[in-house]
Design a protein around this ligand. Structure first.
Ligand code: KDG
Length: 335
């Protein structure tokens, strides 16, 4: 029978032994914002980050997450990071093209065919290239998480062929390439921050929007949208950004544990997003959305119609950035 005083002495020794292990971490509460709700797989990634920080820093570094755009939209948050007044944001790359124009390559329509290609580009040298551009803008990208393949919802009609886009008032992200793409397809495209979308749909200020199935479901767009058309017209990455001004104030150990946490978060977030993708589609159907596929032939017609978007925007994005992605794509496709 171990004496109680022996156990207490052992525990005290263990704590004293551990104390120096966490000495290099300061008490920090990291503000993390994004536009999706906590039941989106971004929540799975954040939970994993919180677990790792708790274990590796003895609970000294904590993430305080704000969901559903409650603490501002992606662009506002990103500017706060650049100013050094907020630590982190998980944001789509699209609204940041005014800050890092090269990110526009990810908005080119029908760029990626599947998640495997997206991972190959983002997790390879091209991803490093964009991370350097982000750092020059005061933003440290800790990892690429997944928003996913985007599909159109609207309250007017099924969109099964190019002509069906005509006249639909579609919200797009605050991004010139999405604006060009949806205008070229014939819609009345309206740029708008994500947190405003649900109300705009509810009040019929707009007819439609476009997002991955998981975002459509976790943002409850099915409550204000009738039609879901599986266009898969673009793949959007999430950036897990840290303010460089605040990053530079961290110790090497603190920086290292944050990078580790974000990469572990990436692994579980991508898996959760892909597992939930098909479940969300089934759930949206069960909740009454009228879902239509778009045939490969019609997708090809859509792609052909938006070719001018490439010609118009590639010079602005920059040939270097575009070639980084196209070269990585060729490699991923075994060409
Ligand atoms: O913070 C992330 C959200 O804002 C994200 O869902 C962005 O896909 C997006 C959109 O349509 O704005």
């Amino acid at each position: 029978m171990i004496q109680r005083r022996t156990l207490v002495a052992f525990a005290a020794t263990a704590l004293l032994a551990a104390a120096p292990a966490f000495a290099q971490f300061a008490d920090r509460t990291i503000k993390f914002t994004n536009g999706v709700n906590e039941d989106h797989p971004v929540g799975v990634g954040v939970k994993k980050m919180q677990e790792i920080l708790a274990a590796k820093t003895g609970g000294k570094m904590k993430i305080n997450a704000f969901w559903g755009g409650s603490a501002g939209n992606d662009l506002q948050a990103t500017q706060a990071l650049r100013a050094g007044t907020q630590e982190m944001v998980c944001t789509s790359s699209s609204p940041l093209v005014g800050i890092v124009k090269e990110l526009g390559v990810f908005d080119l329509p029908f760029l990626f065919a599947n998640e495997k290609e997206a991972d190959a580009v983002l997790d390879g040298p091209a991803g490093v290239y964009f991370n350097k551009k982000l750092e020059e803008a005061g933003l440290v990208n800790l990892a690429y998480w997944e928003n996913g393949f985007r599909n159109l919802t609207n309250s007017k009609r099924p969109v099964a062929k190019v002509e069906d886009f005509e006249g639909v008032k579609v919200r797009v992200m605050q991004n010139n390439i999405f604006l060009d793409t949806f205008k070229t397809l014939g819609t009345n495209a309206v740029p708008m921050a994500f947190p405003e979308v649900f109300t705009a749909l509810e009040t019929k200020t707009i007819d439609g929007q476009e997002n991955p199935f998981v975002t459509i479901e976790t943002s409850k767009f099915n409550e204000v949208q009738k039609y879901l058309s599986v266009t898969r017209h673009a793949y959007t990455p999430f950036l897990v950004l840290y303010s460089k001004k605040l990053w530079d104030q961290l110790s090497p150990q603190e920086q290292s544990v944050l990078r580790e946490a974000a990469i572990e978060g990436q692994k579980v977030q991508r898996i959760a997003n892909r597992q939930l993708n098909e479940k969300s589609l089934a759930s949206l159907k069960a909740k009454g959305m009228v879902v239509n596929d778009v045939t490969p032939a019609e997708q090809a017609r859509m792609f052909a119609k938006v070719q001018p978007v490439y010609a118009k925007n590639v010079p602005t994005i920059g040939a270097d950035a575009v070639n980084q992605v196209l070269d990585a794509l060729k490699k991923a496709r075994g060409k």
